[in-house]
Design a binder for this molecule. Structure first.
Ligand code: NAI
Ligand code: MG
Length: 357
């Protein structure tokens, strides 16, 4: 039976890199005999908002819930729609309503990409950041009192549930178990945040008992960020709460070079709802419309999607093709952000051809 994929390009360069993402997926589908059925939607973009006064139609949940996966480009066009409206009205709705409680980002230094960390080569940096995506520090529990007076007070609570903590830890341990190094690092701050973070640590220790083959360590978030920069080779799978994971999931990919190539996934592991796959970058208004955006973040997100859908070989072929084209380093093919003078299309086509061969 066909696997149904909802394609939402969004705004700016999202509309330019998306066709290359689909081209690469179609090449993989052809080579590995996959039955992928793409459906394109125009909502979840600022143009849709300007026409309809909202980012999504009222029945978006019904329209999308039956899909096997959502493939998203980028959302945001701050000149016409404020970012909090465009992001909250689309992406964050999907993450919450579809209970995508895992945010997953690979941090892998690719050939031909210069790491901002001196002296690092491909192979030195190859890890995943797993972020809790639904609770923790990003709760709406709290309030403001005595606003505008001397007694003004604001409070916002961190919410950690056993279910919420355990499910993200289980995902991270399972992931570590599939990796050759089988190593898990937990981000904590139990020396400063004295209730929720010791609880997080407790749950890590409890979960670790079920994974005797996984080596576990933990760092306080402050030194952990330093170690991402100083010793990125130490890490394999790194798991953190919503806030710590947010910070690490930007810092990790930054250590591997350009933002144009980093992919991400928002996952509902049980498959009760579709998971969402998107590049880390935004709509890049500064280069939109020029055809020079790097499509690799979108293509690599497509590879993560195939992996999630159970097509490990096809996913690997896609990542291998990205690596091969980067290693070749043909300046006429590569985009400007990685030192070439090619276009979104030239790079996308080169990768799709490689996937097909
Ligand atoms: P951005 O990621 O769009 O751009 C940051 C810088 O990186 C820009 O100089 C851009 O030209 C460059 N860049 C980004 N992607 C690139 C690519 N594929 N190839 C080459 N260069 C690339 O972040 P920014 O400028 O902060 O945000 C622009 C809009 O995107 C805002 O509306 C923001 O809210 C939205 N945004 C959406 C995200 C999403 O859809 N998940 C994530 C981040 C931002
Ligand atoms: Mg972030």
């Amino acid at each position: 039976m066909a696997q149904r994929i909802a394609v939402i390009a969004g705004d700016g360069i999202g509309t330019e890199v998306m066709p290359e993402g689909v081209r690469a997926l179609e090449a993989a589908a052809k080579r590995f005999n996959l039955d992928l059925d793409f459906h394109t939607f125009d909502f979840g973009s600022c143009d849709y908002y300007l026409e309809h006064g909202q980012m999504l139609p009222n029945d978006w949940f019904e329209q999308l819930k039956g899909f096997d996966a959502l493939f998203y480009g980028a959302v945001g066009w701050p000149d016409t729609v404020p970012d909090h409206i465009s992001l909250w009205g689309s992406l964050l709705q999907f993450r919450r309503q579809f209970d995508q409680y895992i945010n997953l980002r690979p941090c892998k230094l690719m050939p031909g990409i210069k790491s901002p960390l001196a002296g690092r080569e491909p192979g030195d940096i190859d890890f995943y950041v797993v972020r809790e995506n639904t609770e923790g520090e990003y709760s709406s529990v709290g309030g403001k009192m005595f606003e505008g007076t001397e007694r003004e007070v604001v409070m916002q609570e961190t919410v950690m549930t056993r279910t919420g903590v355990d499910r993200v830890l289980k995902y991270a341990f399972d992931l570590a178990q599939t990796r050759p190094r089988k190593k898990l690092t937990s981000a904590t701050k139990s020396n400063g945040i004295s209730i929720t973070m010791p609880y997080w640590d407790e749950r890590v220790a409890e979960m670790a008992k079920q994974y005797p083959d996984v080596a576990v360590d933990k760092f306080h978030i402050d030194i952990l960020t330093a170690n991402f920069v100083l010793h990125p080779d130490w890490f394999d799978v790194v798991v953190g709460s919503n806030l710590f994971g947010d910070i690490l999931s930007d810092l990790g990919p930054a250590c591997t070079g350009t933002i144009g190539i980093a992919p991400s996934a928002n996952i509902n592991p049980e498959g009760n709802f579709p998971s969402l796959f998107e590049p880390v970058h935004g709509s890049a208004p500064d280069i939109a419309g020029k055809g020079i955006a790097n499509p690799i973040g979108q293509i690599w997100s497509g590879a993560m999607m195939l992996e999630h859908l159970g097509h490990q070989d096809a996913a690997k072929a896609m990542v291998d093709a990205i690596e091969a084209v980067l290693a070749e380093g043909d300046a006429d093919v590569l985009t400007r952000d990685i030192g070439g003078q090619g276009t979104t299309e030239s790079l996308g086509k080169a990768i799709a051809e490689r996937i097909g061969s």
